[in-house]
Design a protein around this ligand. Sequence first.
Ligand code: TRP
Length: 332
Amino acid sequence: MKNKRLIFAVSAVVLVLVGSFFLQNKQTETAKVDKKIVGVLQFVSHPALDEIYKGIQQGLEDEGYTKDRIEIVFQNGQADQSKLTTMSQQLVQKKADVLIGIATPAAQSLATTTSEVPIVLGAVTDPVGAGLVADNEAPGANITGVSDKSPVEAQMVLAKELLPQAKTMGILYSSTEDNSKYQVAEAEEAAKKQGFQTKKMAVPSTNEVAQTVQVMSQDVDFIYIPTDNTIANAMQTVANEANKSKTPIIPSVDTMVAQGGLATVGINQFDLGVQTGKMAADILAGKSDPATTPVYTFTEGDTIINTSQAEKLGIEIPESLKGSAKLVTTEE
Ligand code: TRP
């Protein structure tokens, strides 16, 4: 009799233990199944792209995709084409539910790897020109996202205001980036309207930047830089070389002004990221389909002026601009 009770008690305990073990296991398993995978491929590290990635995380979180609900797999291609290819394949193999490409070369690499997994463009200047979508309004396939096409006309008007004596504008960009081609053509047009002559100078890689800036500084009055990753990556060198001959730089984003550019009208890089994150969240939630979701373009930029740089160059900032512009100093 006693034995029977003991056996009963022991088996009851065992049953409860085994039961709770299975139950727990099942819970962690369902949690795993529920966690969506977001694969992010960033082309290279420079302040603008780093800022965009921060914004992406914020945008996902704003839409309810907090760290416990998604797993972000992040890869940085370090401007290396073969790394981009391998990393794209890895992200697809990881069964990412949505992929995000930060900058044109990263997005292009993802696009050649998969035509099924949804891809969100994180700040691609010209999605059509880069062969990523058929049409910005109706992308047509597995790709949509955010364009960071910058307000080039407004940038030229600002250049004229700050540098009324300038006659020739040099355009510094890389010959390998599809995103720069479009903006260079646009800048040439807009410069003409302000009465500037233009001289284009393309570099094949960051290695040629210093020498090109030296040569360029001799025959232009200021240097314009589009949203080019190669130049953004070498911005410190560009600023150092241009400062030697006191040649002002008008870049196209806030982060490059903070690194030693004079001024620009630019789109906030963090905001670009937030919008990218939101579009990825909508796709994860099944609320949108890339094929029918238009590419998002920002229309308004902020005026940013670097006052320490203006002082170095002996440039007087007009009172009219002082009130409306965001004033910064060079970040060392
Ligand atoms: N528009 C760039 C591209 O398509 C990426 C980019 C975003 C960028 N912000 C930038 C490049 C700032 C240089 C500076 O690849």
